[in-house]
Design a protein around this ligand. Structure first.
Ligand code: FAD
Length: 864
């Protein structure tokens, strides 16, 4: 491998830089020249969204290596800002333009590697060429987006496209307190995975205040007020945005190859052999620009991921220097972080298997990420797809807060090794309580799949259960084997209920002439029940993944555009679902239900409990409490929010509060005060086709959590300059973070709302005296301490001016502009003789009830 070859590389990032360094490691004699159109080489494209979100604070961290370093350590001739314009295959030369100097040169090669990547697709939407409509591919794009976020501080952004770049950008922008509307044409985000598996991602997005618009698209983008844009969506709605991110996908950059007459594959990528040679043996192509062979189907595919690009770089280098390395195939192993959860996958999705007519079986399991008794265990949802004849693994998908990467990686490796679902049973994986379980989720998926393949237990799928719920059949019976408490939280309509522990004694209640489909929360007790029934002569199957998978399936079946959208007031959910929501939820969406603050007598940490543990524990604790007393439960299972909402609704307890705490769910439940709601006939499992009802209610519960997080209220009692100033700084900050803020000005606080000029109103003597005592407007307020006859105040105002702190009257205006509701307490106004005419325009007038209502629906309530 010591030949003195001249190797030219087009593209200096993932594939290109990998190829270049491998070439040098293999040959000290090769002449290596790497051309990169952009300013930077070998940067971390995958880290770009995280710098915008400031999770990666240092921009330099993304510059994995520099041209200087590549020159010094590897003696690679790195030429940034050089664009390769064409390839002269006859002469074995390329034409390159130096983008800085403008000159064009020709460079000779013995071997040429094309690693030009894939470019973001820009649809031909009117207005898509506006400078504030941006794409994210490289450092320059990142800098441009970050500058808008840093300097222009847009209140809202529209992200078009729910692939991983769109999802990462939505999260990054929320991290920067920018409101996000995510518009996706498909009925789901992360289109590579199956719809029921991404419901957890949809929930996460909504939980973090992303306004998710599925089955929708942007029709046009126009300049709006100030620096903003208005995006008009296909459903006719308009969204204002200071920034639009286009992330609808990428297209392989093949112009150079095409113009050189190289073969292009049927998917539109550059066609290559398994040695990564193009149709010209002296030209190799790698990375996002090429068409690869799919590991499962053997057919052509475009799989633009960093792992394959890097590996292909090595392989091309090997082969150029006389080696014989083969690129087998790509299997699409990918993972994406979406706020507190991850979604990961490998291989084929069910949708693709169906489309390609490949026979498959599937199982769902929902184990804990590690031993449930060790703190920090989180539920994990895993779907395994395998061949029905020999169990060969065809694909896997997982979601959860912890351990998704590990399971998908094990399964990706197992797939690569040609293993079957049976083989997963035998995998010996690491185990100690903080890290896993003696039966790892991967083993567990193997047990279920293997049992099914061997006929030890027959499986039913969620679509069958859904169909049965909608159209009951005389020959099939759904059997719910969960506990009373779980059933109270919701179930599949029409199911017979016998808890698994009572099943042996109640077999006589079950008809022998029907197929029994048993189900529990996640599939384990359903399996136990099915095995009992089968051994007693019943025809029985177990619903794989239990009610948890059923609910995800149901949510996917329900029209996604009807799901709750916490940031829009005109969501179809409003009014429709709230009728079925418990009092707390109704209050959060603006109803005037009068609710007392909860009298919490016990706090329960149920984070170590597996589902349905938290609900059971809650039921247990409430049993001995008096009506009106409350219990607060912290649970790790994200499904606990919807569960506890349904449970309260059907048991007649009141859900006083539902909030997130570090990615976990805290529910405060008041015993007994909800019976009227429950009695009004909205029992989850018998009012509505369950699927639609439960998913809508779940979405509403998430919307409730999100909207509570977004509600802040403040009582401004003081008329001191410094205190009013502090309250307005907080209010403006919270409004900028997308919160709805209500400031309730009472007693001396009313001074801040007074107009500076003298307004002629008729007052009696006492009212006049108050009028004289109370400063007239924000500019006349004095310091609470060290006012020193106005000297202290003057000093403070001087410092504020020097440090560019906005003066108080302007802060009030800014708050009003940002949508902060300024409410003057009518009771104080009456007592102190302050008239409406004396107060600033735009101030609202209300009594203490309205304030309490707003405080109840929020998660922050300050008294200043
Ligand atoms: P690139 O790394 O894109 O490099 C191609 C380079 O070629 C470009 O810099 C381009 O300027 C240059 N070029 C093109 N034409 C010419 C020309 N004519 N002359 C000179 N130079 C040229 N993948 C993952 O697996 N996981 C992730 O988490 C992930 N996150 C991502 C996040 C973002 C924001 C982006 C944009 C991509 C992400 N990817 C991720 C994808 C991953 O970065 C790509 O799969 C990988 O970079 C592809 O490598 P490549 O060498 O083919 O192309």
């Amino acid at each position: 491998m010591g030949e003195k070859k001249r190797v030219l590389i087009v593209g200096g990032v993932a594939g290109g830089a990998s190829a270049a360094t491998r070439l040098r490691r293999l040959s000290e004699d090769a002449e290596i020249v790497m051309f990169e159109r952009g300013e930077h080489v070998s940067f971390a494209n995958c880290g770009l969204p995280y710098h915008i979100g400031e999770v990666i604070p240092q921009r330099e961290s993304l510059l994995v290596t520099t041209p200087e370093m590549l020159r010094k350590r590897y003696r690679i001739d790195v030429r940034p800002r050089h664009e390769v314009l064409s390839i002269d295959r006859q002469a074995k030369e390329i034409v390159v333009r130096n983008l800085q100097a403008g000159a064009e040169i020709r460079e000779r090669y013995d071997a040429l590697i094309l690693s030009p990547g894939a470019a973001p697709i820009r649809p031909s939407v009117p207005g898509a060429d506006h400078p504030q409509v941006m794409t994210l591919r490289n450092i320059a794009d990142m800098d441009a987006i970050k500058r808008v976020v840093d300097e222009e501080r847009p209140a809202n952004a529209v992200v078009i496209g729910g692939g991983y770049i769109g999802l990462e950008m939505a999260e990054a922008l929320r991290e920067r307190n920018v409101g996000v509307t995510l518009v996706e044409l498909a009925p789901q985000v992360f289109a590579a995975a199956d719809t029921e598996m991404v419901q957890a991602v949809h929930d996460q997005l909504r939980l973090h205040g992303v306004d998710l618009r599925l089955k929708n698209s942007v029709e046009r983008i126009e300049p709006s007020e100030g620096n903003a844009l208005a995006a008009t969506l296909q459903d006719g709605s308009a969204v204002d945005a200071g920034l639009v991110i286009m992330a609808i996908g990428v297209r392989p950059e093949v112009t150079l190859a095409k113009e050189a007459g190289l073969a292009i594959g049927e998917t539109g990528g550059i066609a290559v052999s398994d040695r990564l040679q193009t149709s010209d043996p002296n030209i190799y192509a790698i990375g996002d620009a090429i068409e690869v062979k799919h590991f499962v189907t053997g057919g052509p595919a475009l799989i633009p991921l960093a792992g394959p690009a890097n590996r292909q770089g090595r392989i091309a280098a090997d082969n150029i220097l006389g080696g014989d390395s083969v690129y087998q195939s790509s299997q699409g192993t990918a993972i994406c972080k979406v706020f507190d959860i991850a979604i990961g996958m490998t291989g084929m999705s069910e949708r693709l298997l169906k489309k390609q007519g490949i026979a498959y079986e599937k199982v769902y399991v929902h184990p804990q990420s590690h031993a449930g008794y060790y703190p920090g265990a989180r539920p994990l949802s895993l779907k395994l797809l395998f061949a029905p004849n020999d169990g060969r693994i065809l694909g896997a998908q997982a979601t959860g807060q912890d351990g998704v990467d590990k399971r998908i990686d094990v399964l990706a490796t197992a797939m690569r090794a040609g293993m079957s679902a049976h083989d997963l049973v035998d995998l010996e994986l690491t185990y100690a309580p903080p890290y896993g379980s003696a039966k790892d989720p991967v083993n567990y998926a193997g047990f279920v799949a293997s049992n099914s393949l061997k006929g030890i237990v027959g499986l039913a799928q969620p679509d069958e259960a859904w169909a049965l719920a909608e159209h009951p059949r005389p020959d099939t019976l759904l059997l719910d084997v969960r506990t009373e408490a779980e059933v109270a939280a919701g179930g599949i309509p029409g199911a017979m209920h016998i808890p698994v522990d009572e099943l042996r004694d109640r077999l006589s209640e079950i008809p022998k002439d029907k197929m029994i489909i048993a189900y529990c929360k996640v599939g384990l007790r359903g399996y136990l029940a099915t095995r009992q029934l089968m051994q007693r002569g019943f025809a029985a199957r177990n619903l794989t993944g239990g009610y948890t998978t059923y609910k995800a399936y149901a949510a996917a079946r329900t029209n996604p555009t009807e799901a709750a959208s916490p940031t829009t007031n005109d969501s179809p959910m409003n009014g429709k679902e709230n009728a079925n929501m418990p009092a707390a939820a109704a209050t959060s969406s603006g109803s005037k239900a009068s609710v007392e603050p909860a009298d919490v007598v016990k706090e329960i940490d149920a984070t170590a409990l597996q589902c349905p543990g938290p609900i059971m524990r809650l039921a247990e604790e409430l049993k001995d409490l008096k009506d009106g007393k409350a219990v607060s439960v912290l649970a790790a299972d994200p499904g606990f929010g919807p569960d506890v909402t349904g449970w309260c609704r059907s048991t007649g307890n009141r859900l006083a509060d539902l909030a997130t705490e570090h990615g976990m769910i805290r529910a405060t439940v008041v015993k007994g005060i909800g019976r009227e709601t429950a009695a009004s006939g909205d029992h989850a499992s018998n009012s509505h086709p369950q699927a639609a009802g439960s998913s809508a209610a779940d979405s509403a519960a998430l919307a409730q959590i999100a909207s509570m997080k977004k509600h802040k209220s403040m009582v401004v009692f003081s008329g001191d300059f410094d205190k009013v100033m502090a309250s307005l700084i907080i209010a403006n900050g919270a409004a900028a973070m997308g919160s709805k803020v209500t400031m309730f000005f009472t007693f001396w606080g009313l001074s801040a709302l007074r107009k500076p000029q003298n307004v002629k109103v008729s007052k009696n003597l006492i009212e006049k005296m108050f009028g004289w005592m109370m400063p007239r407007g924000a500019d006349k307020l004095t310091l609470s301490k060290m006012n020193m006859g106005g000297m202290g105040l003057a000093m403070i105002k001087g410092i504020m001016k020097r440090k560019n702190v906005t003066p108080l009257p302007e802060l009030i205006q800014a708050a009003q502009k940002a949508g902060v509701t300024l409410v003057a307490c009518t009771m104080s106004m009456d007592l102190m003789g302050i008239k409406k005419e004396e107060l600033l325009d735009g101030v609202e007038y209300a009594g203490v009830g309205a304030y309490l209502d707003s405080a109840e629906s929020g998660n922050v309530n300050l008294f200043i």
